[in-house]
Design a binder for this molecule. Structure first.
Ligand SMILES: [Zn+2]
Length: 132
């Protein structure tokens, strides 16, 4: 299945299903709420399930390190792997966040496929400097 078709179909389905929270204000609030739930679900994988741990400490970055070196130097601080249950729950949380993010796009007449395409083009053009 063509990725463009999948994204357009997803955006169209979100448009059809968004009955409540049709106000941009409500939808923006739902983006924040679902983002907070995603954070909560990752935290619960650590504190309730225990399938992953977060181990963080100060990272010393050598003064001669380049941006490309940082990928090797910097750590995700995540240890372990998500269990099946947490993977499913976090995946659902990401899905809800994508739903309301797409709903914001719909309300502002923005095409999610075009946005992703432009973002990818920007990333390829600017490389590591894109996110600085
Ligand atoms: Zn787990």
């Amino acid at each position: 299945m063509d990725k463009n078709f999948v994204l357009d179909e997803f955006q169209s389905t979100v448009s059809e299903l968004l009955i409540y929270n049709r106000s941009i204000l409500d939808t923006l609030a739902k983006v924040q709420e679902t983002s907070a739930k995603l954070h909560w679900s990752v935290i619960k994988s650590v504190t309730r399930c225990g399938c992953i741990e977060i181990k963080a400490s100060k990272t010393d970055i050598p003064s001669e390190a380049t941006l490309a070196d940082l990928k090797q130097i910097l750590d995700s601080h995540v240890k372990g792997e998500l269990c099946e249950s947490c993977r499913e729950y976090i995946g659902k949380s990401v899905g809800r966040l994508l739903f309301y993010t797409t709903a914001v796009c719909n309300l502002l007449d923005l095409n999610i496929y075009d946005i992703l395409l432009n973002e990818q083009k920007q990333m390829k053009m600017l490389g590591y400097y894109n996110l600085a």
